[in-house]
Design a binder for this molecule. Structure first.
Ligand SMILES: C[S@@+](CC[C@H](N)C(=O)[O-])C[C@H]1O[C@@H](n2cnc3c(N)ncnc32)[C@H](O)[C@@H]1O
Length: 242
């Protein structure tokens, strides 16, 4: 893998600390900008990702890098007994917790601070694990995937929703102009952080997608891999089974 993409290039702190600080900074505008910059498509993508678990009827779910909890909230459609969400950004979690409370879902969904690379749950606790737009931000992707594998029950599934890179003309060109041109510009205008929406396209560009990512899943022990490309390859849902 290439050298790490970090949000604040001039700082001496590691990627994890920088990512947590960046999401703490943009937390208050995250939901608004997410839906604006994706034209609401992120909501449809999370729905599709959660559908991949429909037949499994998971009762214990972990949403890793839960942020403001949108993936966890979407997973309520699976009728689980319990959903735990973990994230390294205190501010993202704060917003998630109040959103979940407002929706009256706090009996089922619990969010807490937690690192994907060192998950504080026992081995084989969860029937399913979800992670939306989070894995690309890990300091050590292999460690994160390995940690998720450990806390999954045998037969349990990991569903990863992540940005990928469209390969075909003209989507590749349109995507490039939007992601590297308009998106950082609008992001800067509405968020409290100048780097966050430059980091986003850079981190996507340098993150393994398609077979490169499924190879990482296989290396951590996942099998029966599925890979579903969304919207001409702008995002991909990956599923791996323990
Ligand atoms: C783009 S947001 C995605 C939030 C949410 N999953 C969604 O679908 O909107 C990425 C989140 O990953 C979190 N994150 C990054 N590295 C992490 C790690 N090692 N452990 C837990 N969360 C992490 C960030 O703090 C941030 O809230």
């Amino acid at each position: 893998m290439e050298a790490k993409v970090i949000p604040y290039k001039d700082e001496s702190k590691g990627k994890k600390e920088q990512v947590a600080a960046m999401f703490d900074k943009i937390a208050s505008s995250y939901d608004f900008l997410n839906h604006l910059l994706s034209f609401g498509i992120d909501i449809i993508w999370r729905k599709k990702a959660v559908k991949m678990l429909k037949e499994d009827k998971p009762k214990m779910i972990l949403d890793v890098a839960t942020g403001t909890g949108d993936f966890a909230i979407q997973s309520m459609s699976l009728n689980p007994d319990k959903i735990f969400g973990i994230d390294i950004s205190k501010e993202m979690i704060k917003i998630g917790v109040s959103k979940i409370k407002k929706k009256g879902l706090d009996g089922i969904i619990s969010l807490a601070e937690g690192d994907a690379e060192d998950i504080k749950f026992d081995d084989e606790t969860f029937d399913a694990i979800t992670i939306g737009f989070g894995v690309r931000n890990f300091e050590n992707v292999e460690k994160g995937l390995g940690s998720m594998y450990r806390v999954l029950k045998n037969g349990g599934k990991l569903v990863v929703l992540e940005f990928s890179k469209p390969k075909l003309f003209p989507f590749k060109q349109i995507y490039h102009a939007y992601f590297f041109g308009l998106l950082p510009f609008v992001g800067k205008m509405f968020s409290d952080d100048d780097s966050a929406y430059t980091y986003l396209p850079e981190s996507v560009k340098r993150f393994p997608d398609g077979k490169d990512f499924t190879d990482l899943l296989v290396n951590q022990g996942f099998g029966e891999i599925q890979c579903k490309s969304l919207f001409f390859g702008i995002a991909t849902i990956y599923v791996g089974k323990k």
